[in-house]
Design a protein around this ligand. Structure first.
Ligand SMILES: Cc1ncc(COP(=O)(O)O)c(C=O)c1O
Length: 411
């Protein structure tokens, strides 16, 4: 008699796992939205936008926040504020959503893609240093899924070379590194509030910074050249040559985010506890591990949680077979990582528009395109779900001979 449910054994779980309904909706926020609607103060640096900018910046230990329409334009504006221009190079990690590289391209600069660490899946600082050239105008570490790029090493190298660091924290609201919020370590931190993020307003993004000049410049860029506090039609202060945009988000989004920010620290704490449960569940199972949290992260923020099946035990077993086996036990782990950025099917830059440092990204290719699977933050919210998922992955990965037998039968 087989152990694994996929071969006729008894499934581990009796019923569907509990997940957090997303996005969070409450009657209280609905009431506040109505009040805001009636106030008519919907945009143009409204009081609600200012309130949220301040709250969010403070929550990540920065002095200034500039709220925008999404986490792609925040990257673009941040690079522009840092002086990145056509012909420059900007270093980005191989594992990220393609917006990180595309923001560089939008400014006419060249993204230089470097491989990631096999443990954290964040940019490898040693490779990053080796990728620096006389054209490098900025570096963008990305804090990805459930880990934080090694800010200590990255900032030390960047400082040594006099290159500004822009942190891409699109996936890392509420995360801290060595006692200080992520996004406040580099010159600018960029966040996304798109629907799936842990604080979400449908669409939205923010740049945070401790530098008043950068804050002012970011505001001008996103607010078609108006100074902060200007009335519509007055107070334009567009320096010659500074290309400005309308990248304003609205007060409605700011309100949603301000409300969600209240529960963020407690949620981040829960994610961390539940990540530990799943990590411990598979700790002694050969061949499987999890994405390592940032070395000095406390708390580690989470957008998702990933198992990595890259031990020799799993050689030749497709990751989707593992997911199928988990599903048969009662819960899937079907959240894949993005894959190497230039392999993404939406990434259509011609090869002369970007550079791959060292000619390839074998670590990212193997882990992210083939060996990692996981769950989203909504799924890792409940302790009992984390226990169930830990137990399911443990069972599947411990019955490797049966899993292999199933995989062979599918070839
Ligand atoms: C790492 C990273 N950078 C940038 C972005 C872009 O954010 P947005 O979707 O808000 O434009 C995302 C969004 O998914 C992301 O995950």
């Amino acid at each position: 008699m087989a152990n694994l449910a996929i071969l006729g054994g008894k499934p581990l779980l009796k019923e569907a796992v509990k997940t957090l309904t997303w996005p969070i909706r409450t009657e209280e926020t609905a009431e506040k939205l109505k009040e805001l609607y009636m106030s008519g103060e919907w945009s143009f640096n409204s009081p609600m936008e200012q309130k949220f900018e301040q709250e969010f910046a403070e929550s990540q230990n920065a002095r200034y926040g500039v709220f925008m329409v999404n986490g792609t334009v925040t990257l673009e504006c941040a690079l522009q504020a840092l002086g990145v221009k056509a012909g420059d190079e900007v270093i980005v990690p191989a594992l990220t959503w393609m917006a990180t590289a595309m923001a560089v391209h939008y400014l006419g600069a060249t993204p230089v893609i470097v491989d990631v660490e096999p443990t954290t899946l964040c940019m490898d600082p040693a490779l990053m240093e080796a990728a620096i050239t006389s054209k490098t105008a900025a570096i963008i570490p990305v804090h990805i899924y459930g880990s934080t790029a090694d800010l200590e090493r990255i900032l030390a190298i960047a400082d040594k070379h006099g290159i500004p660091v822009l942190e891409d924290c699109a996936q890392m609201q509420g995360g801290f590194w060595n006692g200080k919020g992520v996004g406040s370590w580099g010159k600018i931190g960029s966040f996304s509030f798109q629907q799936s993020k842990v604080t979400a307003s449908g669409e939205g993004g923010i740049c945070i910074t401790n530098d008043p000049e950068l804050a002012e410049k970011l505001f001008l860029i996103k607010h078609i050249g108006y100074v902060r506090g200007a009335k519509q039609g007055q107070g334009a202060k567009t320096p010659a040559g500074l290309v400005c945009h309308n990248y304003r988000a609205t007060a409605f989004q700011a309100l949603l985010l301000s409300e969600q920010l209240k529960t963020l620290p407690a949620r981040v704490c829960r994610y961390g506890e539940n990540a530990a449960i799943m990590t411990n569940a598979i700790a002694d199972v050969p061949g499987v591990r999890v994405q390592a949290p940032g070395r000095l992260s406390d708390p580690q923020g989470y957008y998702s949680f990933h198992f990595i099946f890259d031990g020799a035990e799993f050689d030749g077993i497709d990751r989707w077979i593992i997911n199928e086996a988990c599903l048969a036990e009662g819960v899937g782990i079907a959240n894949p990582t993005h894959g190497t950025v230039f392999r993404h099917n939406l990434f259509n830059l011609s090869p002369d528009k970007y550079r791959i440092f060292g000619g390839g990204c074998p670590v990212c290719d193997k882990i992210s395109c083939e060996r990692a699977l996981g769950i989203s933050h909504q799924v890792m919210y409940y302790k009992e779900t984390a226990e169930q998922i830990g137990a399911v992955v443990r069972k599947v990965a411990s019955n490797i001979d049966e899993l292999r037998k199933y995989a062979e039968s599918k070839k």
